[in-house]
Design a protein around this ligand. Structure first.
Ligand code: GTP
Ligand code: MG
Length: 294
């Protein structure tokens, strides 16, 4: 498959800028998506956390499976990594604010940098922390293009553009395309992303809940296939057809417009409209995304 990696110039610029300003900051807050805490980790973190301490925010808690979020929180606690799982639209930030006041240097305000990959909620987090909707927020990756300073009570915070690693392995890009953190082009387009998403959810026993949301009912029999991998893909393609029919994504002549169906599926999944799903677990042996699973 032809995999084009989406890595616009503002990401390289933002990464350089953050590296240059790291020593002027007191700490970093990294935002990751609670639905995939491995795959949504920032590629900048290894270098930034060598210079300054890092706190972790798991955003979109409302879109994640609550039981799996508890497992993640216990895992971070076991590794003594400070973490807050939040629905950034409405959860209180007071416990995190208390930690920031504790870390504030004497005689001056705390300087913090908010970092992470695209579309995880960095700007929304910053707005909540500052207490005003100052930074632009949006549901597609690449909204924030430049590093920018914001003043809050007792702190100065830097919002930064979401930065991806163009060299991440395909498993990571795949998860990021499903969560809206990278454009579907990174995995060869929307149709490929949708088929891989269906196959992944079915292999993990997560598809039924998603199917129920759209009233998809029993699956049609899979067509003939060779090995297990191609059978999985053939099955997923049949499911995509079914999704297209159910949603009325039809082309002239009544055939399913697979591209439109795929886009609807992936966008709905990313926005959490298909129910709470967490894609990864700590130490998950099936997790294809990261080699550094604890
Ligand atoms: N449901 C839900 N949506 C959230 C949460 N946090 C952020 N969002 C949504 O996620 C999308 C991305 O938010 P942003 O704050 O723009 O993300 P960002 O990380 O700044 O993205 P870039 O600037 O593109 O790197 C927006 O549609 C937000 O409304 C959350 O906790 N729950
Ligand atoms: Mg932003």
């Amino acid at each position: 498959m032809n995999r084009t990696v989406w890595y616009p110039g503002h990401m390289a610029r933002g990464g350089r800028k953050l590296g240059e300003m790291a020593e002027k900051l007191d700490l970093f807050i990294e935002v990751r998506d609670a639905r995939a805490p491995f795959s949504t980790s920032s590629p900048l973190l290894p270098s930034l956390s060598r210079v300054r301490p890092t706190l972790l925010v798991l955003s979109k808690k409302d879109l994640a499976d609550p039981e799996r979020t508890r497992v993640w929180m216990a895992d971070f606690a076991r590794r003594k990594e400070p973490v807050w799982a939040l629905d950034l639209r409405k959860d209180s930030l007071d416990p995190l604010r208390r930690e920031l006041s504790r870390l504030r240097p004497p005689h001056r305000e705390l300087r913090l940098g908010v970092v992470g990959i695209p579309n995880v909620g960095k700007s929304m987090f910053l707005n909540r922390l500052v207490g005003k909707a100052r930074a632009r927020v949006g549901g597609v990756p690449g909204i924030t293009r430049e590093v920018g300073w914001y003043r809050g009570s007792g702190f100065l915070a830097v919002d930064s553009p979401g930065i991806l690693d163009p060299h991440s392995e395909p498993g990571v890009h795949r998860v990021l395309s499903w969560l809206g953190c990278a454009k579907a082009e990174v995995v060869g387009g929307c149709e490929a992303a949708a088929v891989e998403l269906i196959a992944f959810l079915r292999a993990r026993g997560l598809w039924d809940a998603v199917a129920d949301t759209w009233g998809l009912g029993e699956l049609a029999e899979n067509g003939p296939c060779g090995d297990a991998g191609s059978c999985e893909t053939a099955g997923a393609e049949a499911v995509l057809e079914q999704v297209g029919r159910r949603l009325g994504c039809l082309a002239a002549g009544g055939s399913v417009n697979r591209e439109v169906a795929a886009r609807r599926l992936v966008e709905s999944f990313a926005a959490g409209k298909l129910g709470p799903v967490t894609l990864e677990l700590p130490g998950d042996p099936l997790n294809p995304a990261r080699k550094d699973s604890p």
